[in-house]
Design a protein around this ligand. Sequence first.
Ligand code: NAD
Length: 640
Amino acid sequence: MPDIVIRQTAHAGRITLARPDALNAMTYDMCLQIEAALDSWAKDDDVQHVVLDAQGDKAFCAGGDIAQLYDTGMAGDFAFGQQFWADEYRLNAKIFNYPKPVISFLQGFTMGGGVGLGCHGTHRVVGETSRIAMPECGIGLIPDVGGTLILALAPGRIGEYLGTTGYRMAAADAIFAGFADLFVPQDQWFDLIQQLEDGASPDILAQAAQAPGDGLLSALQPDIDKYFAGERLGDIITTLQQVDSDFAKDTLKLLQRNSPLAMASTIEVLHRLRGPTLSMAKALDHEYRFTYRAMEHGDLLEGIRAAIIDKDRRPKWQYADLRVPAIAVSKMLMPLGKNALTLEDVRMTKTTVCFIGLGNMGAPMAANLAKAGLHVIGYDTAGTTAEGVTPAQSATDAAQGADIVLSMLPNGAILRDVAAAVLPVMKPGALFLDCSTVDVDSARAVARDAQDAGLLFVDAPVSGGIGGAAAGTLTFMAGGSAAAFETAQPLFDIMGQKAVHCGDAGAGQAAKICNNMILGATMIATCEAFALADKLGLDRQKMFDVVSTSSGYSWSMNAYCPAPNVGPQSPADNDYTPGFAAELMLKDLGLSQQAAEAVNADTPMGALALAQYRAFVEDEDGLGKDFSAMLPRFTSRGRI
Ligand code: NAD
């Protein structure tokens, strides 16, 4: 079972957390998948809004997966946690700044990392079972994932109270404190989500919302404001100790459970944030200062040990007497210099891509990667290069030290040769991403060799032609492991508008040859229809105007019209200079027939298209022309 289900409905981007047995705790992997989905939906006009929900009735998301952090931290690897937080905080900021409505349905527990996911959108829906909290001080961390922004904006000193005690807010309290917007009875959620999926406006949520009833926080606010007004944690503790009330006693009990260093730092962060310069970026920056140091210098590992490893619930905190020196807080919150949080997606800009095959498709694809800030080193036997790409002397020179080797080559034999040369020099764990159209066997053979060499492999042929390559709107059909696909995803986001993970290695090529079998046949059908229309005296523009909006429409007609000066710009307007060369279409049709033969599939139209392109390329003058040059071929002949 996947930990998360990401999909697109008619009008919504949909994310469902699917780890109910782990209270939907968010793993690193889930965080990266959500970010990739948000990136692609941001520029997809079909997606009006994003809807987040979770399976199970106990929790929307009870936090980040801290077991993962503990293992790496105990092994002395603090970098894993630091990277995880940096990536998670970037996601939190992305949700907060998202250009479309983000709607979340928060049943049961929403805590810590769950708040970062569910409480920064535009429509935060709570119900009868909702319990929202920032309990990080209980494990030696400060409230993070952008939670300090909400806490700093909460009325009076409610932020200090919630951040240090970890108080669990029911629906009314969550709305009062600014963690949620609308109370909607949970038996209505399913219907509302369906309507949102079908394109209903998020305004339906306000129409369904009801009064949440009385919360506790608003009644407690006068006391909270009085006792939590101190400059430092010590002041707050002293004030509470001087008061003889149930509230003061209960609050002290809560505070005595949590990490003093974390609580003192929480108070300090909230005080620093309040004011006209408050922003999500500033909140995350301060949180990251603490979390970056939390394993090495803070109480985090001890806090996780006591909470979920040994489960003794007796953490040995630093400053257990609750007297935290100001200097200790300052040290946790000092600026991080070159390690400071950056909310730009720097994962990829640090990446070196070796691009092999800078032809009609490869050159614009490589240029787009360079434009996005990646370091791209390119090689092509023909000596071609592309804008922003550093040329190399050989494929092996280019591949050495690269994080990703991307190839865009004419056929499977060349791919195998290139792979044999570069796989041995690639960095361990690097990704070989082949975007050429080749036979399934070659893709699988290179995948096996890559695996044997300890490398990742994805076959990801493309659709969209040179126009799509230049515009960065290609569709990728990918085969390979989930990990390899995920590694390739940021590149797909730059070069394309969509990437479909079709299955294991070779599955991308299988999808591609099926697609191109349709393309070959429709291009021939489009060309022969134009030739017939000519002979019937029908104007080509009129023919285009009708067919492009009638049932005969296709990509060949609408996006790549084979008639010169008709429809959008295409190779026909450039004397049929490829574009997509007829010999490449011949290759693809050969691949689909070879595959059909191997699996005993009946593909008569594909076979006919192959015969037509073979005659055109091998016996006539089609070699070197665009595959749409079938049109002058048909117009120059009569019925055969
Ligand atoms: P192309 O012929 O323009 O480019 C291929 C490039 O590979 C050439 O520049 C060639 O010099 C280079 N090359 C050949 N052998 C090499 C080697 N050993 N090392 C380095 N470079 C080498 O072809 P294209 O149109 O860019 O297509 C590339 C791939 O993309 C093909 O597999 C094709 O089927 C597929 N494709 C093309 C289109 C299209 O519209 N052109 C669309 C989708 C998919």
